[in-house]
Design a protein around this ligand. Structure first.
Ligand SMILES: Cc1cc2nc3c(=O)[nH]c(=O)nc-3n(C[C@H](O)[C@H](O)[C@H](O)COP(=O)(O)OP(=O)(O)OC[C@H]3O[C@@H](n4cnc5c(N)ncnc54)[C@H](O)[C@@H]3O)c2cc1C
Length: 383
């Protein structure tokens, strides 16, 4: 087994690292305080091919393997999770789902726009009444002549106010639970669709998180993605791959926590020596370092399974579960190394902890990941 990166993989990782140093790091604190990442970042991400990784070149994608996608996601997450999330959602949850499930016409309509950053996508699954139990969603799409009329509310939608297209999940019949759910590609400027920014988030403050309200939104039948009634399978297949991307972003947070803590421990002096010489500080640093390695290896395994065409869903849940919990632990340990200065936003570790915290919640909470892993072990579903 060879864990060394190929020349191409190292080149794409370095490209992302340099991009972050140039276009992201100088603005991180300002974007976080203003609760607003500069939207021009989207076209820059598209220009370097980061919004088209693993999407076939014939649809405007930049191709590449899933490990390269993880490497870019890790570097973006190391720089700013709000920026990383733009890619994980617009590429990971929306473009890749269109590439897998879309008609030829849908692929030609949306993929060149999404992969270039001319357009951005959001993933509309969660509702005020259904989060973990997404199959019970209440948004309805009613057949009307040659199309559908959709009404309902979606909440916590990443990229929500920026998006040009919503990958939206709605109920098309009264079958119980997930069986009646279908997926749609809804242009965000369709009359009847309104959006409201959700302010006051603990972390990911720069990210455009929104509530979407749909009131009699009329769309043609050509907006249906995949077969009617298959929406829940489409959502779950998107989230299974999405969990690898969240895990890679968490590795980025954990690595950033390690870098910052090691640097600070080598500079800060207490009791007449740098704090790195205190053994209990070394314990904090080594705990972070082991978590970084373990989270990265679990994440890379998912990429390897996908690229070899093997089953990856349970491995993705394990990676997401471990990496998200590890990111919280690592950022918290790093904050401890910084002492009181860690609590002030001029230093990076407080933001890392705030950004890490949501990773155990979205794309399936830690409890939901454990149920998925338990189901794979026992063959018995707790859902
Ligand atoms: C910043 C942010 C961005 C987001 N982005 C998106 C997005 O782009 N698109 C989107 O569709 N959604 C998005 N979400 C929503 C996110 O996926 C949900 O918040 C998540 O699925 C959890 O749902 P919930 O918040 O309703 O919690 P609930 O489902 O109400 O869960 C509450 C608690 O109960 C536990 N729980 C629930 N069911 C079980 C069970 N069966 N067994 C054990 N414990 C259980 C949970 O683990 C959790 O601890 C985002 C959320 C946030 C905060």
């Amino acid at each position: 087994m060879d864990l060394a990166l190929s020349v191409e993989q190292e080149a794409v990782r370095k490209l992302a690292e340099d991009f972050v140093a140039r276009e992201v790091t100088p603005h991180v604190v300002a974007w976080d305080r203003a609760e607003n990442v500069d939207r021009s970042i989207v076209k820059k991400l598209g220009g370097l091919g980061f919004l088209g990784l693993t999407v076939p070149e014939e649809y405007g994608g930049s191709g590449g393997d899933h490990l390269s996608y993880c490497l870019v996601t890790e570097e973006l997450g190391r720089g700013d999770s709000s920026v990383r999330g733009i890619v994980s959602v617009s590429l990971g949850l929306v473009a890749k789902t269109i590439a897998s499930w879309g008609s030829e016409e849908q692929k030609r309509q949306w993929l060149p726009l999404l992969t270039s950053g001319e357009a951005i996508g959001c993933f509309g699954l969660t509702e005020p009444g259904t989060g973990s139990d997404a199959g019970n969603l209440a948004t309805r799409a009613v057949r009307d002549g040659g199309g559908y009329v959709i009404s309902g509310t979606k909440t916590f939608i990443t990229n929500g106010t920026w998006a040009d297209v919503v990958l939206l999940f709605a109920r098309t019949n009264d079958s119980p639970g997930h069986r009646g759910v279908s997926a749609f590609l809804v242009p965000a400027d369709t009359p009847g669709l309104s959006r409201r920014t959700i302010h006051g988030k603990l972390g990911l403050r720069g990210q455009a998180t929104a509530e979407l309200v749909l009131e009699d939104v009329r769309i043609p039948a050509s907006c249906l993605l995949g077969p009617e009634g298959k929406g829940f399978s489409i959502a779950m297949s998107a989230l299974a791959k999405g969990r690898m991307s969240v895990a890679a972003g968490c590795v980025g947070i954990a690595q950033a926590a390690l870098d910052a803590a090691v640097r600070y421990a080598g500079e800060r002096e207490q009791f007449g020596k740098v704090i790195a010489r205190h053994q209990l500080v070394q314990e904090l640093l080594s705990d972070i370092a082991v978590d970084v390695d373990a989270a990265r290896l679990l994440t890379w395994r998912v990429a390897d399974l996908i690229d070899r065409g093997q089953d990856f869903a349970t491995a993705a849940s394990k990676a997401k579960l471990y990496a998200s919990e590890a990111a919280v632990r690592c950022a918290n340990n790093a904050l401890q190394v910084f002492g009181g200065y860690g609590y002030i936003d001029e230093y990076p570790v407080g933001k890392l902890l705030r950004d890490a915290r949501v990773m155990t919640l979205y794309e399936g909470t830690s409890q939901i990941q454990k149920l998925i892993i338990g189901r794979a072990l026992t063959g018995v579903s707790a859902f």
